[in-house]
Design a protein around this ligand. Structure first.
Ligand code: NI
Ligand code: MN
Length: 225
């Protein structure tokens, strides 16, 4: 699995030539101005919830790539009305292809579109391909539901929000990494806007003090797991 960071909470995940794109929010992110969305490949676009900082570029990229949207029922219906194809799931359900599976899991957050439309209940994804599994928490507080994940899945890495204010912050993300039983954490949802600015060196140090690894990718960089 190759994970590319496109800023904020947007990641590309490449699995044997299949391209997944998570929560595309690029053109509205000044820190990601060097990313050309025309060049982003996507066979599937996975959407955790309907907030603008997770869906801004869904339509543009889906229209260009013909990617299949995978998200909760309400979000898939919302884009279905705009003639974008999707596959709905709901919490506990798994979307399966020959290459990967993506289970929609709980997140404690909210979910509404910028136009006020209901965006269903927010979630995260557990993506599994071969012997690798990646947890994408989405926007969430730390929640005991995270404990359910390691009961079925040994995670290789976990993408957790660490910016506080709208999601958990660093201290709670460390607890979340305990709950999901994964010490290999990739941080997201920090420093994009003033309310979620954090001290990244201190964040890494806090994870390090607990014997855990926090990776903070530069926008555009790729990590193999
Ligand atoms: Ni959100
Ligand atoms: Mn968000």
């Amino acid at each position: 699995m190759k994970i590319t960071f496109y800023g904020h909470a947007c990641f590309g995940v490449e699995i044997d030539g299949t391209h997944l794109l998570i929560d595309p929010f690029i053109t509205g992110n000044p820190m990601a101005s060097h990313i050309d969305i025309e060049k982003i490949k996507a066979d599937y676009i996975l959407i955790t919830h309907a907030h603008q900082d997770h869906v801004l570029d869904v339509e543009k990229i889906a229209e260009k790539t013909n990617a299949l949207l995978v998200s909760n029922y309400e979000i898939v219906m919302y884009y279905g009305a705009k003639n974008l194809q999707g596959h709905p799931v709901n919490h506990g359900g798994t979307f399966k292809t020959e290459t990967f599976s993506a289970k929609y899991v709980n997140a404690v957050h909210t979910s509404s579109f910028a136009d006020g439309a209901y965006g269903g209940q927010p979630g995260g994804f557990v993506i599994t391909a071969g012997d690798k599994s990646l947890y994408i928490a989405g926007d969430t507080a730390v929640t005991m539901d995270m404990k359910l994940i390691p009961m079925t899945t040994k995670l290789t890495a976990a993408i957790l929000p660490i910016g506080d204010t709208f999601t958990m912050g660093v201290a709670d993300a460390i607890i979340a990494s305990d709950l999901v039983a994964c010490s290999n954490v990739i941080g997201c949802h920090y420093n994009t806007f003033p309310p979620i600015e954090i001290d990244t060196d201190n964040a890494k140090k806090q994870f390090d003090n607990k014997g855990k690894k926090l990776t903070l990718l530069e926008i555009g960089d790729t990590l193999s797991i």
